[in-house]
Design a protein around this ligand. Sequence first.
Ligand code: SF4
Ligand code: SF4
Length: 434
Amino acid sequence: MITPLSKPLYVMAKPAGSHCNLACSYCYYLEKADRLYADESRHIMTDELLEQFVRQYIESQTTPDVLFTWHGGETFMRPLSFYRRVVQLQQYYAQGRRIDNCIQTNGTLVTPDWCRFLHDEGWLVGVSIDGPQEWHDTYRRTRSGKPSFREVVRGIEMMNRFGIEWNAMAVVNNLVVEDPIRFYEFFRDQLGCRFLQFAPIVERVMKDERGKELLALPPFSEDEEAQSSGQSESKASPPISGGVGGGLGLTPFSITPDAWGSFLCTLFDEWVRNDVGEMFVQIFDSTLANWMGVPPGLCTLAPDCGHAGVIEYNGDLYSCDHFVFPPFRLGNIKHRTIYELMNSPRQQAFAKIKRERLPRQCRQCDVLFACHGECPKNRFATTVDGEPGLNYLCRGYHRFFTHVRPYMDYMKNLLDQQKAPALVMDAIRRGEIQ
Ligand code: SF4
Ligand code: SF4
């Protein structure tokens, strides 16, 4: 699994900017080309910038191993020669450090040449796939409207033939969320996937002055904007009262808090009875990590942000992949190093938002240690007392963390005794955990 939070400093690279051969309905990144870089026609990382990035990134690490993540847009829009050059530069600047690479892709452009490269270089591949065909094809289509599921599965099958390590990254949308068991069985039984990551889709939109729909600026943007160097955009959307959503700027494919809670609980029940130790589900692993008091692999469940930046094709560095908006642009690596930018007061201020802006309802919550108020980008609801800054998905998370408590307590005890958490399945069969 990709666990960037285990790294003190981590930057995800966008070598093709937001360019992609697909145009998925809920892609949060496609609009970046027009919204941020409309003045430039070619959004690709030059060789010069690549070299600067690789050198600076390796130099900025305080651990002996270095993890590079290549992200999009669609990473395979860059030719293989680009990634061969990446490997060359990494070897040149490594100075004895161990280098790992992971690459996120929509899986539709996989070829035998790509497979040979990924296999020979030992790159880990993350594939975006949302479950069975009709769910996946509803939202993941080409610009001309063609479905992509078959191509993705073809890509996965080819990677399997070459023995490439891959994991699935799914979006839990309004369709998927209704049938968690079908979703899970698809990955486990049909795809033979053993590493499953998924994220809830919660997207708010607003209209620009020409009436074009854009992603709403995330919460806390206005504060950051005031501190930044005068770059401005239109105002963020108002908070959604009570966290119910109900179409108040939310896209139709976004999920509700109750559906999310129900999805997580149902899926967890299936996993904890049958698949612990066999199937690795990132959110369950991260929840157990929080129960153990060790850093979770999933940043949304960590107490702080700020470890994981994003570098755009032109060297612009942003606070986080979900905060690639002008108020969260830290600077450009041509002018200041990655180390300086990631340790700058602005990034430190961003890092603190998560912990310091928790509303009282969270600060007094019995599952705060597991939830940490989740991602600040979703904190646009208000608490029952009317305080802003509550996570829109709160009700779902609270239900989930309450539901898993006896199982997590049991697995924590097992781990404390240096026993395998998978023994929880026997305890359930014996009726020791209800
Ligand atoms: S803002 Fe959200 S996605 Fe970004 S690091 Fe924080 S929790 Fe993770
Ligand atoms: S469950 Fe709700 S109240 Fe509790 S920490 Fe999470 S978002 Fe806050």
